[in-house]
Design a protein around this ligand. Sequence first.
Ligand SMILES: [Zn+2]
Length: 92
Amino acid sequence: MTAASPKIPMPNPFYRCAGPNCGLLKRSTDRWWLMWTSFGEYNRPLLYLCPWDEEIAAREGTLHVCGELCAQKLQSQYMGNVRENDLRRSTG
Ligand SMILES: [Zn+2]
């Protein structure tokens, strides 16, 4: 335990939760989650969820999520969007 803080490279220390009506700022000790969407091998939209990883967090399009509740909200939002797109496709 030393008082001196070593210089750790931090590309972007200010991560903000992507959850609706949240916007919490991430502190270095918080255990957050990461979410992102992608088209998988079946050419269908997929939602990814994984524990915090600095490398993935810095990637473009990654959503930073403070906890379970915000992850659930984003999942629900995602499912709504997919359903909407499906409806739009089927109704022309
Ligand atoms: Zn949040």
